[in-house]
Design a protein around this ligand. Structure first.
Ligand SMILES: [Zn+2]
Length: 227
């Protein structure tokens, strides 16, 4: 999960649809804007080029019980179906980090070992941080249905592949710190728009002593984008 710059003002249709009995929060203007703002990447698992994008409500509207949440532009997020369904569990009802308002990299550390992802939180008493970490871990590991076993494993495999691409480039920099080609590739791999960026950025940040020249690519974004 990385910081996302949400664009304003809100898509036009939301205001009109909110007045209707069966209004829709997923008209074309909303879809196009979310797709662009979120770089067509699931904000939870960070998989890119989504085949099954969903409009996800950060705070659930519970079938319209909370109408104000249903059409609130700042409550709409871009996720894959897999993550949307996992988050649709009452344990996440009280909310997770709002990556449009706070940089998740400020309080979460993204790591992985041979078997699983590891998300560490800065403050163990912060329930929002803890729920966010749990959700991201579930996106890569939950296997309580046959389909979910497959879709979680698929994300886990893609994450490992992407990390291997990064490790290879880092090795090149390690052997030749002036390799401009490797530097260019790494810079692109560390962009927030790229797949699984939070994991790659965390890794580079954790290895700051080895790669001081890369730290400028993994700076935090502490600006609040909702103006
Ligand atoms: Zn996802």
């Amino acid at each position: 999960m990385v910081k996302i710059k949400r664009s304003f003002p809100a898509p036009e249709s939301l205001k009109e649809e909110a007045k209707k009995a069966n209004g829709k929060y997923d008209k074309q203007d909303v879809i196009l804007r979310l797709k662009e703002d979120f770089h067509n990447k699931c904000y939870i698992c960070e998989m890119t080029e989504l085949q099954d994008p969903n409009v996800e409500h950060l705070y659930p509207h519970k079938n319209g019980k909370y109408m104000e949440r249903k059409f609130d532009w700042e409550n709409l997020f871009w996720s894959c179906g897999h993550c949307n369904r996992i988050k649709n569990n009452s344990k996440y009802d009280e909310g997770i980090l709002d990556c449009c308002k706070q940089d998740p990299e400020e309080c979460l550390r993204f790591d992985l070992n041979d078997d699983s992802v590891i998300i560490k939180v800065a403050d163990n008493n912060d329930l929002i941080q803890k729920r966010t970490a749990e959700l991201i871990i579930e996106a890569f590991t939950l296997n309580n249905t046959g389909m979910r076993t497959y879709t979680s494993a698929q994300r886990w495999k893609l994450l490992q592949e992407e990390m291997n691409v990064l490790y290879k480039q880092l090795e090149k920099i390690h052997n030749n710190p002036d390799s401009r080609m490797a530097l260019r590739t790494i810079r692109s791999l560390l962009r927030r728009e790229s797949a699984f960026a939070a994991f790659k950025r965390s890794y580079v940040r954790e290895h700051a002593a080895e790669y001081p020249q890369l730290q400028k690519y993994v700076k935090l974004d502490t600006s609040v984008s909702n103006i």
